[in-house]
Design a protein around this ligand. Structure first.
Ligand code: O7E
Length: 219
């Protein structure tokens, strides 16, 4: 993923026309568009390739299965045109290794979830997040997902993975996180959904967040 605006749109809409319109509008202001179950289940997997023709696509299926099933899922996702795929880390090293191998064949990237941004992530995930970050780092994935709602955790996860792999960070806006704080804590990209796609003018909203990120970097 080319690091320019450092903003990723989470396009959790369920209408094909709206999805394509917003993708076209934000092109140039986001480095990638993350799409997942809401849009793909509503419209079909061809939407992955249609959006990827405009902006790189990160497929967010949070893959979490045995290696063979993971392989089958990865092949479908990359054949559909996704540039990257998000997987869970808790299934362990063999499942993750399989995803990385399939991604390599397709010239695509894998991102691994460590600790999620919602309050429920404290119930189970936070306890093993640092181990999952280490696992992801060992597997040489493109990056990990860490919570913008807890910048101190972004910082902690950065200290574990070093600078060789990236952090993409959701939870900005509606969930209460700040794009500037996440970037300052060590995130390479922030992921923003509702604050952009529910805005009256999604392009303007994306531009404003991209500016906030740039100002935080320039400080
Ligand atoms: O709250 P929003 O509307 O800005 O959307 C955030 C998006 O990031 C949404 O698609 C949600 O599913 C996703 N997300 C989180 O909000 N928290 C997480 O911890 C992880 C994700 C996610 O996308 O995981 C993979 C990056």
């Amino acid at each position: 993923m080319i690091k320019d605006t450092r903003l990723i749109l989470a396009l959790d809409v369920t209408d094909r026309h709206q999805a394509l319109k917003i993708s076209q509008d934000v092109k140039g202001y986001v480095d990638a568009i993350k799409i997942g179950y809401p849009l793909v289940l509503a419209t079909g997997k061809d939407i992955i390739g249609e959006i990827a023709e405009m902006v790189p696509v990160i497929a967010d299926f949070k893959v979490a299965d045995i290696p063979n099933t993971d392989r089958l899922i990865c092949e479908q996702v990359f054949s559909a045109g996704a540039n990257a795929l998000i997987v869970h880390g808790f299934t362990g090293s063999d499942s993750l290794k399989t995803c990385v191998e399939v991604a390599e064949v397709h010239g695509a990237d894998i991102y691994v979830v460590t600790e999620m941004s919602h309050p429920g992530a404290l119930d189970f995930m936070q306890k093993v997040a640092e181990d999952m970050a280490q696992l992801a780092s060992n597997a040489k994935v493109a990056g990990v997902v860490a919570p913008a709602t807890r910048p101190e955790r972004v910082q902690k996860i950065r200290s574990i993975i070093g600078n060789d792999i990236a952090i993409i960070s959701p939870g900005v806006g509606v969930q209460g996180g700040s794009a500037a704080d996440a970037i300052k804590a060590g995130a390479d990209w922030v992921i923003v959904g509702r604050s952009i796609y529910l805005a009256d003018d999604p392009k303007k909203a994306a531009m404003e967040i991209a500016k906030e990120i740039k100002d935080a970097i320039d400080q």
